[in-house]
Structure formats: structure tokens, C-alpha cells
Design a protein around this ligand. Sequence first.
Ligand code: FAD
Length: 276
Amino acid sequence: MTRPLFSFEFFPPQTAEGAEKLAVTRKQLATLNPEFFSVTFGAGGSTREHTLKTVQQIKAEGHNVAPHLSCIGSTRENIRAILQTYKQLGIRRIVALRGDLPSGMAGTGEFQYASELVSFIREQTGDHFHIEVAAYPEFHPQAKSARDDLLNFRRKINAGANSAITQYFYNADSYFHFVDECSKLGITAPIVPGIMPIVKFAQLARFSDACGAEIPRWIRRTLENYGDDTASIQAFGLDVVTSLCQRLLTRGAPGLHFYTLNQAAPTLAIWKHLGL
Ligand code: FAD
């Protein structure tokens, strides 16, 4: 059996202290021998320099790194320049996204959807990059319908994406259903589940409301019940997320992509519980 594909996502730190902390996190997670680390990119280019710096540091340490690139609010010229920089650095994988325009920022720029970015990357750089795109087992909050979202996902694959990473979810059936529907549409690209460790309830609830990821009622109510008892929240979260990962891998998920939020401990704990 081939080893599942594991990857870890970071956001680019904005301060020297944050960068130092991330270097420690990276060192700990590197011991798990992931396929790649990925680094997010603020829509509209708001973290452009920080993303690049973090990508350079990871690359210099000898790891595979996949920068995220979001296109909303950008011009073709901007994106072309970023692609050239990554190509020169020897980067081979990119996570291509639309992004969400920060509130108050006007104009969508020259790209409207991630599928247009994927086509542009292929047009500019041929097969140089392995392109990852986002997938939504519980459907993207702005999609007109579940069916439309699936067809829009297929558009990204047909435009040249090689594989996908999902938004996080806590209901494994949503993932299996999504993968089945994709397969009926002829999509064979690997769809790797995105995993969000449960560390703090308020933060998770806020994220989930914003991105349309559902926290099932039984999980939400149990977490609410723990109040400020962080140790109980984390112990319960560890159980929930470990069994989710176990189900996903047992039923054939091609790997796991961890949203680490720049912390090693929650991912390491899940890893240990999975017995990987
Ligand atoms: P798209 O695939 O373009 O889809 C956006 C919406 O438009 C969907 O509702 C889709 O159904 C609809 N749509 C697509 N094509 C069409 C069409 N032709 N006609 C009509 N409707 C259409 N954001 C960041 O800013 N930076 C990051 O680094 C980042 N990393 C992420 C990593 C992962 C793994 C995931 C899952 C998300 C990430 N995001 C990031 C968030 C992402 O940018 C948002 O979810 C955003 O709202 C949608 O991006 P997308 O690439 O999925 O967009």
C-alpha cells in the first residue's frame, strides 16, 4: 500500500517573534516527514512579502513547500511576476485559490474564479507546477447550489489542477459523498481532506461560521459545555479529530492536510493517537 500523503499548512508570520515560533513548529513537524508544507497567501496580495519570505525559509531548510496563491483583486501582471519568482526558486507545487476580498477593498481585479487562475498558471508555466485547488465537501457558502459547486470544482480540474485539498469538516460522510459525486462526474484527481484540530472553541466557531464548515451539534454543544476548561476541550477535540482521521484513512482518503495554525502540538497529538 502506498503511504498516504501528509501535508501541513502554515500562515506567514508578520513579526520576528512569530517567525521564530514557526521555525520551531516546522522543526517538530518535519520529523513526521510530510510530503510538503504549505503557506497561505492573503487575498489581494496582503501577505505577499511574508508568504514569499516564509516559503524561502522552508525551501532553504530543504523541505518541499507549496505557496498558496489567491487571485481575487490581482492583475495578470502581478500573478505572472509571482509565478516567475516561485519558478526561479525551484518551487514545484502551488495551491491555487480565488480568495476572499478583504472588506473595504474595491474591485475584483482581472480574475473572478480560481479556475481562471489555474488556466493562467498552465498557460504561463506549462506543466512546471503541480496545482492543488480547494474543494468543499459541505459546499462553498457562495455556491448557487450543491450541483453548481460540484460542476465548478470540475471546472478547476478540467482547467489543469492535479489534486485538491478540502475545506475542513467534522462529518466524514460529507467527504465520502463529495468524493462519490466527483467520481460520477469523471473526476479522478486525488481529493485530500483538510483537517482542523480542535484547540479553542470560540475561535473554531468563528472560523466555521465564516467559511461555511459545519460543527455538528453534538460536538458544538459538548465544547460549549466545557466553557473555559481548555484541557477538556482539547482532550475531547483530540478524540473527535483522531476518529475522523481514522475513518477517512480506513475508507481510502489519499492523505491528510493539517491546518496547523502554526502550532505543532495539536497535530503531533493527533498523529500519535493515529499510531502513524
Ligand atoms: P472558486 O473555486 O473560484 O469558487 C468560489 C465560488 O464561486 C464557489 O461558490 C463556486 O461554486 C463559485 N464559482 C466558481 N466558478 C464559477 C463560475 N464559473 N460561475 C459561477 N460561480 C462559480 N484563501 C486565501 O485568501 N488564502 C489562502 O491561502 C487560502 N487557502 C485555502 C486553502 C484551502 C485548502 C481552502 C479549502 C481554502 C483556502 N482559502 C484561502 C479560502 C478560499 O480562498 C475561499 O474559500 C474562497 O471563498 C473560495 O476560493 P476557491 O479557490 O475555492 O474559489
